[in-house]
Design a binder for this molecule. Structure first.
Ligand code: PLP
Length: 405
């Protein structure tokens, strides 16, 4: 029999958030079991719905959304995005610098495909949101991971970044607020990263999809306000802040020294044209979403649902023997540490599988986020308190008996 193999380009491409553990969970569900799913940052299934005005806008504009639009996106949406950044004091921005995509995901892969030649290096955080590492690999580049330091609130280790820059380094990825750690970086730290990018003339890729989801009064600083001498590409969208992950709507914005990247921008324009345009109905949500009242604020302020869930998860995790966790300052994930000695763990995917099979709770192993040691897992705090409590009761119970080796 002639076997059909996958492309060699996919050899190092990996996206474990939807990997074998999730497949096992799907099998269990198809057998009628109820699984508590703490594996994906998808707000709507947890009754965190989009504001009505957004649904209304998409609905009433459906008729105008039947045809393809400009490959970079519809005018009112791009204008609203431009004004949104201008209001944050990002002035070097025109309509032409804005690309709307089928979620940030499409634009992440596009930005890597247009840039990288075989062997080019991109600095990516460890742990990371794994689409970044996967997209670098898919584009023929080499992801070089810089360490984020758990002891320092999961901040990037500046010396580690510096030590990993080579002649082949083309860019650096910053995920802020961070998935999976929940870290929110200070302006001072971002300034240091901008300085490194300026010195080495590398592109800054700023994934800021969680910038509106921060706790304890912390405000996230846009990287585009700090990077001027090199190209800065900022990624953002409505999947998380406006809870419409299923609509697939995101954007990227080019700022900073665009003259230094004319050829790369030509490549981006070509790839953008090749996919014709992104989903048009969803683009009608953007103008309304970015203007005026931001309903996400009600969820993150004192008394808000997401804040209460963050507080509960953080305290409860730290009360479980063998687990410790840094407090998430943004997004809706925690990345707790497991005492691997105590539980004899040397394979964290097996840990996640064992927990799933024994207690019907789905989490993602830390190595799925390009974290090299088997000593972490990621947990989503979107479920209501009652469900979170059940999940954590089960984790505590599971760990009372657990020994992997
Ligand atoms: N970037 C980060 C850090 C994410 O966590 C996610 C989704 O979880 C994405 C990008 C992709 O988002 P989108 O739904 O816009 O494709």
């Amino acid at each position: 029999m002639k076997h059909i193999n996958k492309s060699k380009k996919l050899e190092n491409v990996c996206y474990d958030i939807r990997g074998p553990v999730m497949e096992q969970s799907a099998i269990m569900e198809s057998n009628g079991e109820n699984i508590i799913k703490l594996n994906i940052g998808n707000p709507a299934p947890f009754d965190l719905f989009a504001p009505d005005e957004i649904i209304h806008d998409v609905r009433i504009n459906l008729k105008s959304a039947e045809g393809y639009c400009d490959s970079k996106g519809i005018f009112p949406a791009r204008k609203a995005i431009m004004q949104h950044y201008q209001n944050k004091n990002v002035m070097d921005i025109s309509l032409d610098d804005i690309y709307i995509g089928n979620g940030v995901s499409e634009l992440i892969t596009m930005s890597m495909q247009a840039l990288l030649d075989f062997g080019d290096e991109i600095l990516v955080p460890a742990p990371d949101y794994p689409l970044w590492t996967a997209s670098v690999n898919l584009a023929g580049g080499r992801p070089v991971h810089y360490i984020c330091d758990e002891e320092a609130d999961w901040y990037p280790d500046i010396e580690d970044i510096k030590s990993k820059i080579t002649e082949k380094t083309k860019g650096i990825v910053i995920i802020n607020p961070n998935n999976p750690t929940g870290a929110v970086y200070s302006k001072e730290l971002l300034e240091q990263i901008a300085k490194i990018a300026h010195e080495h003339k590398i592109v800054v890729f700023a994934d800021e999809i969680y910038d509106k989801i921060t706790y304890d009064g912390i405000v996230s600083t846009p990287m585009s306000t700090l990077v001027h001498d090199v190209l800065c590409i900022t990624f953002n969208g409505l999947s998380k802040s406006h809870r419409i992950a299923g609509f697939r709507v995101g954007w990227m914005v080019l700022t900073g020294n665009k003259m230094s990247a004319v050829d790369y921008i030509e490549g981006l324009n070509m790839l953008s044209s090749m996919r014709l345009c992104s989903n048009v109905p969803a683009q009608y949500a953007i103008q309304t979403a970015l203007g005026g009242y931001q309903s996400i604020n009600d969820l993150i302020k004192p008394g808000g649902r997401l804040l209460a869930q963050r507080d509960y998860l953080y305290e409860r995790l730290n009360s479980i023997e063998g687990i410790s966790c840094t407090k998430p300052k943004g997004a809706f994930y925690a990345f707790p540490k497991i005492d691997v000695e105590k539980f004899g763990i040397d394979d964290d995917m097996q840990f996640a599988l064992d927990f799933l099979q024994s207690k019907k709770v789905l989490v993602v192993q830390g190595t799925g986020f390009n974290w090299k040691k088997p000593d972490h897992f990621r947990i989503v705090f979107l479920p209501v308190l009652e469900e979170l409590k059940t999940a954590l009761d089960r984790l505590e119970d599971f760990l009372k008996e657990y020994k992997q080796k």
